[in-house]
Write a protein that binds this ligand. Structure first.
Ligand SMILES: Nc1ncnc2c1ncn2[C@@H]1O[C@H](COP(=O)(O)OP(=O)(O)OP(=O)(O)O)[C@@H](O)[C@H]1O
Ligand SMILES: [Mg+2]
Length: 269
């Protein structure tokens, strides 16, 4: 089982959308996927079919982290509600606002290892665990980094997007921090999303990103296309995007999944 955290430090760069895209593509290829919503905004939970009111009295990721109980996690993940056949291969550990109450627990020694511990039984049940995060670098970020084997960094071709990405890279690679938290995750890739054609600044930032991150960049920069966002509003997978935008986003998903699987195979060899 591979655990991947999707991390960003500038809001709205498509972190959640890209996680949905990869989850869908891996599921379509027959892999068993667990999507963990570690964002109190609970956008992933809604987009996989669960409104806030439906999760009010349910065990969510917040309780799983509080107890670090692997059995609780295994008992409480939910089916993804997308209509596609392959969506049966996706389970969701949902989130709700209560997750904010885990943040003050950051000071408790070892608390950052609780998600890692809770995932123990999932090892036999899933091929891929994908963790969604808010654009912060506090306790939730530490929980995800400690649980993860690798990190994917969605970003936008903008000054702030690139700065946020570099900040994460520097933080995760900092030797003192790695030792203090017991991290084994490394940065696996950066994914550029939200390119607007004809915007000179974007073209310039994409050149800079290519020069700076080289082989760490996964696939081609993904274009901003309204039908992708409309899909998300209706809680449909990005794969269901109609028209040319759909062709574009499905190709982007396939390229990301190809790279993910090729890298996993290479590291296992
Ligand atoms: N390539 C794209 N084309 C069109 N819309 C997109 C694209 N990528 C993301 N979006 C839309 O942009 C918005 C922000 O995306 P998303 O919520 O996935 O970002 P995020 O980085 O997870 O945000 P947050 O920081 O709030 O968690 C959403 O409405 C999403 O549907
Ligand atoms: Mg998000």
């Amino acid at each position: 089982m591979t655990v991947t955290a999707f991390v960003h430090h500038k809001g709205g760069v498509g972190n959640t959308m890209l996680l949905q895209l990869l989850a869908g593509e891996l599921a379509r290829r027959g892999r068993q996927v667990l999507a963990v919503d570690l964002d109190p905004q609970a956008n992933l939970s809604r987009r996989m079919g669960y409104q806030e009111s439906q999760l009010e009295n349910r065990v969510t990721v917040a309780e799983v982290i509080k107890t670090a109980d692997p059995q609780l996690l295994m008992d409480r993940h939910l089916p993804c509600q997308w209509e596609e056949d392959w969506a049966q291969n996706i389970r969701l550990l949902p989130s709700r606002l209560e997750l904010e109450n885990r943040v003050p627990e950051a000071g408790i020694p070892g608390s950052w290892r609780r998600l890692h511990l809770a995932l123990e039984l999932a090892r036999g049940a899933f091929d891929d665990v994908l963790i969604d995060l808010p654009p912060t670098m506090g306790h939730l970020f530490d929980l995800a980094c400690c649980a993860a084997d690798g990190l994917l960094l969605p970003t936008s071709p903008t000054y702030d997007g690139m700065r946020g990405t570099q900040r994460i890279i520097d933080t995760v690679n900092d030797p003192e921090r790695r030792t203090a938290l017991g991290l084994h995750a490394w940065i696996w890739g950066v994914i550029l999303n939200g390119k607007r054609s004809g915007v000179a600044d974007h073209a310039e930032r994409i050149d800079q990103a290519t020069a700076r991150w080289g082989d760490l960049l996964w696939g081609h920069p993904i274009t901003l296309r309204q039908p992708v966002a409309s899909c998300e509003e209706r809680a449909e997978p990005p794969q269901r995007t109609p028209g040319e935008a759909g062709v574009m986003i499905r190709a982007a998903g396939a390229a990301i999944a190809d790279r993910y699987l090729a890298d996993r195979q290479a590291s296992a060899a």
